[in-house]
Design a protein around this ligand. Structure first.
Ligand SMILES: [Zn+2]
Length: 402
């Protein structure tokens, strides 16, 4: 457990003898991070029930709030505002997207379905995905805020931007909702980059679930390399027909530009590090993006109700550092980070802090990991990664000499 900074346990008043720790500082050449946020995103309430069902069986005194609730993001917000990383962040306003902006990624029929659902008051669009009063407004702000963060980079006003947004977006496909997601925030931002003249965008999605919506949106394009590291959950019904398996590699011009990395449960920090070094880095090196989108979900942590991949704060920090290195190497440091899942109220916020510490190249951990010790065994993960690498070399033209 982490210990808050204290002066003396017996001290009853603020003491002038203790000085606060010096603020963290960036190394030479490093930039601060712009965080895009708007309170209106807290207006989405997915309800309560048994886990994410929205159903009350009548035999429980205390129901769960839906995992994708406002409190999880309140803690992400507060850990960035009041945590040790706070001096390195600049806060920027978000905004609602115009409905016309949504058509760059979504079909008019689907957007009309969402508008009608909002007008009706409440609707379960698919399993676990509830639109209630306030949801549509929050979804529009989530999309618009991500677009603002991307525009900030495209306009050259900053290189590192983080869209702290909800409801999440990476399962939302061009024509349907899925997995707590209504609008594909990252997908809309990527399309904005393409429409602004960017020719090559690489997307790395480390949420524990397959970023099927983003993949689907660019499945026939070789301008966008989508890479998703996820647990091997497969399809979960009509709203999520994609399996996330290694052989979903894209179609037409996009053949070979959708790379799925389904990892064994419990892969942990070492397994993810091996994955990054053996698969992700070489693929991004070969692709040579002009901009990188880093889609983050802390449900790949060691302590999440929705995932079992067992990353700890060290693992997230290392991934963040590696992605930043890739952005510096290929994209003149241009890196958009987009928030997705992460459902444990405390640990998601802490893992977000660690990820951003990594992105900012901070060498000494600013925030201690509250998980005392977590044993790892990467042996199975190594076998899986090696098998995926062989498959890529044999099947993906641009990765022939990986
Ligand atoms: Zn997820």
């Amino acid at each position: 457990m982490s210990t808050p900074p204290t002066t003396s346990s017996s001290s009853s008043s603020s003491s002038s003898s203790s000085s606060p720790p010096p603020p963290p500082h960036l190394g030479h050449g490093d930039a601060a991070l712009d965080v895009f946020w708007d309170e209106g995103m807290l207006g989405h309430d997915a309800g309560a029930g048994v886990f994410d069902t929205g159903a009350d069986p009548g035999f429980l005194d205390v129901l769960d709030r839906h995992p994708e609730n406002a409190d999880r993001v309140r803690n992400m917000l507060s850990v960035l505002r009041r945590g040790p990383i706070a001096p390195l962040l600049s806060w920027r306003p978000g905004r609602p997207a115009a409905v016309s902006e949504l058509l760059s990624f979504h079909t008019p029929e689907y957007i009309e379905e969402l508008v009608q659902a909002n007008a009706a008051g409440s609707k379960e669009l698919c399993a676990g995905t509830f639109m209630n009063p306030g949801s549509w407004g929050a979804a529009l702000i989530s999309a618009g805020t991500t677009l603002s963060a991307m525009k900030h980079i495209l306009d050259g006003r900053g290189k590192l931007a983080y869209a702290l947004v909800r409801p999440p977006g990476h399962h939302a496909q061009p024509s349907q909702a899925d997995g707590y997601c209504f609008l594909n925030n990252a997908g809309l931002a990527i399309q904005l980059a393409l429409d602004s003249g960017c020719r090559k965008v690489a997307v790395l999605d480390i949420d524990v679930h397959y970023g099927n919506g983003t993949a689907e949106g660019f499945y026939r394009s070789d301008n966008v390399l989508t890479i998703s590291i996820h647990m091997n959950h497969g399809s979960w019904g009509p709203s999520h027909p994609q399996s996330g398996s290694i052989d979903e590699v894209g179609e037409g011009n996009g053949f070979g530009y959708n790379l799925n990395i389904p990892l064994p449960n419990g892969s942990g920090d070492e397994g993810y590090s091996y994955t990054m070094n053996e698969l992700v880095l070489p693929a991004i090196d070969k692709f040579g993006p002009e901009l990188i989108v880093f889609v983050i979900g802390q449900d790949s942590s060691a302590f999440d109700p929705n995932g079992r991949q067992c990353l700890t704060m060290d693992g997230y920090k290392e991934i963040g550092r590696t992605v930043r290195k890739m952005a510096d190497k290929h994209a003149h440091g241009r890196l958009l980070i987009v928030q997705e899942g992460g459902y444990h109220l405390t640990y998601s916020a802490y893992c977000l802090h660690a990820t951003l510490e990594g992105v900012l190249n901070l060498s000494t951990p600013l925030l201690a990991d509250p998980i005392a010790y977590y044993p790892e065994d990467k042996a199975f993960t190594v076998k899986v990664v090696d098998a995926i690498k062989r498959y890529w070399i044999e099947s993906i033209p641009f990765l022939k000499e990986l």
